[in-house]
Design a protein around this ligand. Structure first.
Ligand code: GAR
Length: 217
């Protein structure tokens, strides 16, 4: 069974969805640790309640971004994980850090990348009037919210949506696709090869589009 370290910055609902999948027996990984860059990240309590070791590398203690990256990498590597999972981790990670975890660092982002990298994705999707929004799981590259796409889930934008209703619809999909992507990796069916995703899944032969059942709302 592979071991996984999860990085969070906030409430950690995606992290909780991974822990729940492990508990349910549908995600064959060992969550070795949950690490945060903020001591007040709410998800730390959830992880501790699950008996998962937690740690904080407070970015405010580091004058230079690279020094934070080095300290965070040391904290991660103490657990020797096969996979590092960014789950609402809101710090930009430098090139040295990203290269160190080449092929074993994944992120979830609340938009259909490459549209809407960065912050306020739901507001921007509403402002642009797109009809389809969603979330993306991808391998991490040094560019923010960028990298080879593993799986996406699309949701419709419905008349009357506001940022909160849209965020909730997307988040429900995030909680489906992240455990799925981690399971593919754990089962050896997903890897990065020459900068491209190779996915051997019974459901799809390449990067998957999950068309959710939320189309009715
Ligand atoms: C999630 O929507 C995740 O996709 C997003 O932060 C939220 C964290 O929620 N991540 C990013 O925007 C990364 N660029 P959570 O703490 O409840 O999982």
């Amino acid at each position: 069974m592979i071991s996984v370290v999860i990085l969070i910055s906030g409430r950690g609902s995606n992290m909780a969805s991974l822990l729940a999948a492990v508990d349910a027996g549908t995600l064959p990984v060992r969550i070795a640790a949950v690490l945060a860059n903020r001591p007040d990240a709410g998800g730390l309590e959830t992880a501790a309640a699950h008996g998962v070791p937690t740690g904080v590398v407070d970015h405010r203690q580091f004058a230079k971004r690279e020094d934070f990256d080095t300290a965070m990498a040391a904290a991660i590597d103490a657990f020797s994980p096969e996979l590092v999972v960014l789950a609402g981790f809101m710090r930009i990670l430098g090139e040295v850090f990203v290269r160190h975890y080449d092929g074993r660092l994944i992120n979830i982002h609340p938009s259909l990348l490459p549209t809407f990298p960065g912050l306020h994705t739901h507001r921007r999707a509403l402002d642009e009037g797109v009809r389809l929004h969603g979330c993306t799981v991808h391998f991490v590259t040094p560019d923010l919210d960028h990298g080879p796409i593993i799986v996406q889930a699309a949701v419709p934008i419905i008349d009357g949506d506001d940022e909160d209703t849209l965020a909730a619809r997307v988040l429900a999909q995030e909680h489906q696709v992240y455990p799925l992507a981690v399971r593919w990796f754990a089962e050896g069916r997903l890897r990065l090869q020459a900068g491209r995703v190779v996915l051997d899944s019974p459901q799809t032969s390449s990067g998957a589009l999950i068309a959710p059942q939320t189309c009715a709302g």
